[in-house]
Design a protein around this ligand. Structure first.
Ligand SMILES: NC(=O)c1ccc[n+]([C@@H]2O[C@H](COP(=O)([O-])OP(=O)(O)OC[C@H]3O[C@@H](n4cnc5c(N)ncnc54)[C@H](OP(=O)(O)O)[C@@H]3O)[C@@H](O)[C@H]2O)c1
Length: 252
């Protein structure tokens, strides 16, 4: 299937590792021009080299802290200055933050900022370009809504779902789709190093929770993102789609 992504300009946040890195590689493999954003420049450079070795267009790099007040706007400005164009925006940067019922305001605010406001602040200045082109794709990487306990990131992800839905209704007439992709457990730094560092606990969790029997790879999710980013996915709009090996128990 030709996804018709050649020469499309794609911006992927949180792409020095994990899911974001996988998304850049899949989009680049499809012929897109990719722009990767994160804080760790050494990892971004490794990604750019890997993409070039694949024979794809070398990934452009932007180092920025998206949780800073000016970070998202700086990224949008750099993209507009350098490319004057944006076709596909993947808001992926985010982080799980465990919380208690009495966690401090700062923890909630910091997490909500990265997992919701950062994406919204980056998206807003890029929308006028997509509207002008009468074409665009906005894909937000969120998370499951079946919580096993308190996690400050989940509130930001839930806000992103409802914001995306509203945005999809506003922007649909301009040929722009807005969708969310919700990972279950995809191998990444945060999953392997922070959430499930113990291999024995990990195996037990998989046996109990994941019908497919393993944690997914970034590419398992990235292929869906590439499809949603494609012109052929024009009629899929305002959705939240899970990629979780069957982990979710609700049938909706
Ligand atoms: N993996 C899963 O199973 C899973 C499950 C549920 C939800 N998610 C969501 O999926 C997304 C990707 O997760 P992941 O598991 O791939 O995470 P990860 O391995 O921890 O990678 C996170 C990426 O985001 C970047 N990042 C974090 N904070 C940033 C900031 N303030 N400014 C700029 N970049 C920042 C990191 O790069 P630097 O450190 O270099 O900045 C890194 O490239 C996140 O939104 C996460 O909440 C993942």
């Amino acid at each position: 299937m030709d996804l018709k992504l050649e020469d499309r300009i794609c911006l992927v946040t949180g792409s020095s590792a994990g899911i974001g890195k996988g998304i850049v590689k899949v989009l680049a493999r499809e012929g897109a021009t990719t722009i990767a954003v994160a804080r760790r420049i050494n990892l971004l450079e490794d990604l750019s080299n890997e993409v070039e070795e694949m024979g794809a267009i070398r990934t452009h790099l932007i180092t920025e802290d998206l949780s800073s007040k000016e970070g998202p706007e700086n990224v949008a400005k750099k993209v507009i200055e350098e490319f004057g164009q944006i076709d596909i925006l993947i808001n992926n940067a985010g982080q799980s933050v465990s919380a208690n019922w009495d966690s401090h305001d700062d923890l909630w605010a910091k997490s909500f900022n990265l997992n919701f406001h950062a994406a919204r602040r980056l998206t807003t200045p890029l929308i006028p370009i997509m509207k002008k082109n009468k074409w665009g794709r906005i894909i937000n990487i969120t998370g499951g809504m079946e919580v096993s306990g308190l996690n400050a990131a989940s509130t930001g992800k839930a806000a992103t779902h409802i914001w995306s839905k509203g945005l999809s209704r506003e922007l649909g007439p301009d040929g722009i789709t807005v969708n969310c992709v919700a990972p279950g457990r995809i191998n990444s730094e945060q999953i392997l190093e922070r959430l499930h560092p113990d291999p024995i606990e990990r195996s037990k969790f998989i046996k109990r929770e994941i019908p497919s029997g393993y944690f997914g790879e970034p590419e398992d999710l990235a292929v869906l993102v590439a499809f949603l980013a494609s012109p052929i996915a024009r009629y899929i709009n305002g959705e939240v789609i899970r990629v979780d090996g069957g982990m979710a128990k609700f049938a909706h």
